[in-house]
Each structure stands twice: as structure tokens, then as C-alpha cells.
Design a protein around this ligand. Structure first.
Ligand code: PMP
Length: 394
């Protein structure tokens, strides 16, 4: 008799399954729905960036790049940190080019955590963090971001963050601007986090991929706060800023000891990837101020379109200070269970949204909340929003 085969995946990775984004995008595709779910842009990068990629191919940049990235891109990343954040970093010893922000986070967690070490993350959490913490056999500790009330939007209780730190805490894995809530931590909040990290001697990995998509206030990198430069690994990537999520050009900026640790692991994850795109990224990052300003302004316009249209229809919507994302309380449309709605909406209503509970360890508190992505063509946004409004249960 044949023995029943069990899933071959390792015990510590049993919780990992196909992400909800992929499932909902597949449904959106199958039913031709307006996809306000997954956060990839409809538009591509600016023309001069695409031209730079063509030119890099024509120039014959087809072979492996150096493991830490081509020197010109490491310099461009260092220049970018100085230009936008006043952060001085050494391109040689403090910058590593990675295969997207995802690889930077992955290399950092694998490099810095021993089995059983605690890693603090915010909940709702970006799913790749949970996955890599599991790969490292470390322990994920989630600090909830509170859902919006009548008075305020999504909110991180810093006392709760402080209370989550234990002698076993190895890393704080932060994300601001935050996916999926759109929460952008203020300079004051970052200063309080900084003093916590200094007091408790914590290392921080901070994912700042939405750094140029802040339309209310401005983005402040945690690494620029007092005492943080020597303990912070800053992660970002080209994907969101230049609408080229498929290029997977990312980076980690960190003091030399952290950089060495990340490079040690990164060389055995992918070694080095996307040489021609690394060359094009030099051009992208060196874009003029108008190009960067339009990135921020375009995102702000699309946000406003979503928020205004939903508000006009009396839908409870929380405008965010940054990221692609706008969050909506679907209970105001008569749908108390956003997860169930998200699974049937592509077929029944012709629109795809993402349930925020899918990012959470305490899904009940976030049951009716959904995330909409503003990075779509305006006609798609209008169609999707109108279909969402039309789904209202009376
Ligand atoms: N971090 C966050 C918070 C994200 O939202 C995303 C993209 N969805 C990533 C990382 C992935 O970035 P990349 O494609 O550069 O790996």
C-alpha cells in the first residue's frame, strides 16, 4: 500500500502559504475586475529611465555585477541619502545593492538572528517579514497598530512597543511609511523610538520603500535620528518611486559591521542580479527634482481622487499620509467581513481589494477594513471605486 505523502515543507515554514495578494490578483484577472488590490503600478517608469535601461543593454552590461552592486549605483544611493535626507554614507562600506527591498530585509534578518531570537514587527505586518523570521527560526513579536477611531487614523502606541522589548529582542523590524495602513511615523514618534533603541541597545531594520510617496508631512529616515546611525539598517528600493516593481533593484544602507553581515548572506542568496537595471538605476536616482516631485504629486492626486469619491458616497475612508494605500471600513458599505468580501468581489462586483486582516495576527479587530492601492490609472480607479460603492448593501 502506498503511504500518504505529507507536505515536504519544513516544520518551521508550515504557516507560509500563497499570499492573499496573489489569490486576489488571480481572481481579479480571471474576472476582469478593476484591481485596486495588489500594490503594483499600472504605469511604468519615466521615459529617461527606460531609455537608460535600453542603453545599458546596448552597452553590453550582461554579466555579473560585483556582489555589493556596481560602484556607480552604490555612489548614486549614497548621493540620494545625502540629497533627500542629509544622511552621509560611505558608498564603499555602507551601501549594498540587493534584489529588491525584499532581499535586503531577508539578508538582514538571516544575518543578524539566531534561532529563538525575538524580532519585533508592527501588526498588520508586511508578509515577507513573517516569512523570513520563520526561515531564520526566530520568534516574531507583533506590536499592534490600532485601527482608526472617530478622532484619529491608524496609530502606533509607543508604550506598547516599549513593553514588547525583552532581553531576547534581537531586532526591531520597522516599516514607515507603512504597508498596509499608510501610517507615516512623525519625527517626534521616531525620536521616541530612537531613544528606546538607544536605551535598550537595539538594532533596527527599517523598510522605507515608500519614502518618496509621502504627501502629508515628510518622510524622516530613522537612521537620521540621534544615536541611530550606528544601529540602523535602512532598506529601500527603486520599485515604488520609479514605478518599476518588476526590476527588483533595492538596497541596504548601514554602518560597516551591519553591512558586512548583510553582504555575507546576500552573496549566497542571489550573489548579484540585474546588472543592466543597476546601470539604469543610476540614471533613475539621479533624476531631477521635478521628476521626484511628480512622483509624490501624482500619488497624492490619485489618493485624493479615491478619498473624495468615497466620501461623497458616505463611505468611511481613512486618508493616509503616505504610501500607495488608502484604507476603507467596508462596514460602511454593509460588508462586515472584508476577507469574505475581497474573495467574492472580483466576480460579484468587478473590483478587487485586499483585506487588512490578512496582514494581522489579531484579525478580528481589523475584520471590516480593506486596503485600496492608488497606483492605478485614473480610469481604473474611478471604475473600481464606483463598483465598490455600487456593492453597498442596503
Ligand atoms: N516592503 C514593503 C513594505 C512593501 O510594500 C514592498 C512591496 N510591496 C516591499 C518591501 C517589496 O519591495 P521590493 O519589490 O523592492 O522587493
Amino acid at each position: 500500500m502506498q503511504r500518504e505523502r505529507t507536505a515536504p515543507i519544513a516544520t518551521r515554514l508550515r504557516g507560509l502559504s500563497t499570499s492573499v495578494f496573489s489569490e486576489i490578483s488571480a481572481l481579479a484577472h480571471q474576472h476582469g475586475a478593476a484591481n485596486l488590490g495588489q500594490g503594483f503600478p499600472d504605469d511604468g517608469p519615466p521615459e529617461h529611465v527606460v531609455a537608460a535601461a535600453h542603453a545599458a543593454l546596448d552597452a553590453g552590461h550582461h554579466q555579473y555585477a560585483p556582489g555589493p552592486g556596481i560602484p556607480a549605483l552604490r555612489r548614486a544611493i549614497a548621493d540620494h541619502q545625502q540629497r533627500f535626507h542629509g544622511q552621509h554614507v560611505d558608498a564603499e562600506t555602507e551601501v549594498t545593492v540587493t534584489f529588491g527591498a525584499t532581499e535586503a530585509v531577508t539578508a538582514a534578518v538571516l544575518a543578524l538572528c539566531d534561532p529563538g531570537d525575538e524580532v519585533i514587527v508592527l501588526d498588520p505586518v508586511y508578509d515577507s517579514y513573517t516569512a523570513v523570521i520563520a526561515m531564520a527560526a526566530a520568534a516574531e513579536v507583533r506590536v499592534p497598530i490600532d485601527p482608526p477611531t472617530e478622532e484619529r487614523g491608524w496609530h502606533l502606541d509607543l508604550d506598547r512597543l516599549a513593553a514588547a522589548i525583552t532581553p531576547r529582542t534581537r531586532l526591531l523590524l520597522l516599516n514607515s511609511p507603512h504597508n498596509p495602513t499608510g501610517l507615516v511615523l512623525t519625527a517626534d514618534e521616531l525620536d521616541r523610538i530612537a531613544s528606546l533603541c538607544v536605551d535598550r541597545d537595539l538594532t533596527v531594520v527599517t523598510d522605507e520603500v515608500y519614502e518618496h510617496l509621502v504627501h502629508d508631512g515628510s518622510h524622516v529616515p530613522l537612521a537620521t535620528r540621534p544615536g541611530m546611525a550606528e544601529r540602523t539598517l535602512t532598506v529601500s528600493s527603486l520599485g515604488k518611486t520609479f514605478s518599476c516593481t518588476g526590476w527588483k533593484v533595492g538596497w541596504a544602507v548601514a554602518p560597516p559591521p551591519l553591512t558586512e553581515a548583510v553582504r555575507a548572506v546576500k552573496q549566497f542568496l542571489s550573489f548579484a542580479g540585474g546588472t543592466p537595471l543597476q546601470h539604469a538605476a543610476v540614471t533613475a536616482l539621479g533624476s531631477d527634482d521635478t521628476t521626484y516631485a511628480e512622483v509624490t504629486a501624482g500619488n497624492a492626486r490619485r489618493h485624493a481622487l479615491i478619498v473624495d469619491r468615497l466620501r461623497d458616497a458616505d463611505v468611511r475612508v481613512v486618508p493616509s499620509a503616505g504610501t500607495y494605500f488608502v484604507t476603507v471600513d467596508l462596514a460602511s458599505l454593509g460588508h462586515d467581513d472584508a476577507d469574505a468580501f475581497a474573495r467574492r468581489a472580483p466576480e460579484e462586483h468587478g473590483v478587487a481589494v485586499v483585506p487588512i486582516a490578512a496582514f494581522s495576527g489579531t484579525p478580528d479587530a481589523l475584520r471590516s477594513w480593506a486596503r485600496l492601492a492608488a497606483c492605478k490609472r485614473e480610469d481604473v480607479l474611478v471604475l473600481g471605486i464606483d463598483r465598490l460603492i455600487a456593492s453597498r448593501r442596503r
